[in-house]
Design a binder for this molecule. Structure first.
Ligand SMILES: Nc1nc2[nH]cc(C(=O)O)c2c(=O)[nH]1
Ligand code: SF4
Ligand SMILES: [Mg+2]
Length: 235
């Protein structure tokens, strides 16, 4: 699983898809291509992409491919999109591979990374990326705080001046936890996103969250791909 074993010219990929719309956060609605990398260092109870890491339920042999960065770059370039979103799994586990990929991408292509905020960005990654969407996990993800919250890493993302912090919330009760955490760690640019893979449930939760998010002067994001296509893979 280590980058050394696979070599930095390769990426362990779950799926490449697009053109689609960035469904979440700062670039919501923007036409983009997606690169979803395999493996994750967390195990969130409500994870919507367990097929990237949960080998009790899925098989890595059928879910993952080890691709040369040149092939990944060619498939993204063929999409003719202005934005590449790299997600996972946890993409920051494969930074050496990402740096190799960057060398093959068109210079004008904007690159965003969706990360759980537990692995700090390397300078060569930060330099090429236009935005990090950092999603620290709350208590309801059902892991120890020590595992899901790494203050020094979150500070490193904040220091890039390219980070927004996007918290998945199931109900307004989760917002107190977000407030405590963001105050304690002085995290800027807070987005709240409802948890859910069903369009009706997502809208219901978003309506419940909206007034309380507004009161706290944060931003709210939907999950556009879920509203449009429900719980489908690769959209
Ligand atoms: N359209 C679309 N937008 C997304 N934004 C973040 C996603 C993710 O899975 O990280 C995602 C995704 O899976 N699809
Ligand atoms: S960090 Fe993301 S990919 Fe990993 S388990 Fe949690 S929700 Fe799933
Ligand atoms: Mg997702």
């Amino acid at each position: 699983m280590s980058e050394r074993r696979f070599g930095a010219q390769k990426l362990i990929v779950s799926e490449i898809f697009g053109p689609t719309f960035q469904g979440e956060g700062y670039s919501l609605g923007r036409r983009c291509g997606f690169l979803r990398l395999g493996h994750c260092n967390l195990a969130c109870s409500w994870c919507d992409t367990p097929y990237t890491w949960d080998w009790h339920r899925f098989s890595p042999e059928s879910e993952l491919s080890r691709l040369d960065v040149t092939e990944v770059a060619a498939r993204i370039e063929n999409m003719a999109v202005p934005l590449l979103v790299i997600s996972g799994g946890e993409p920051m586990l494969q930074q050496a591979g990402l740096v190799s990929l960057f060398a093959h991408l068109p210079p004008g292509l904007a690159v965003e990374i969706e990360t759980n905020g537990t692995v700090a960005p390397e300078p060569a990654v930060t330099e090429r990326v236009s935005r990090f969407t950092v999603s620290p996990k709350l208590t309801h993800a059902a892991m120890s705080r020590q595992r899901r919250i790494r203050p020094a890493v979150l500070h490193a993302f904040a220091a890039t001046d390219k980070a927004t912090f996007k918290f998945v919330a199931a109900s307004p009760y989760d917002l107190d936890e977000i407030e405590t955490l963001t105050r304690e760690l002085d995290l800027p640019d807070v987005y709240v996103m409802p948890e859910g893979r069903d369009p009706d449930q997502l809208m219901e939760r978003m309506r419940a969250l909206a007034p309380a998010v507004q009161e706290r002067s944060w931003s709210l994001t939907t999950r556009l791909h879920v509203l449009l296509w429900g719980d489908r893979r690769a959209v």
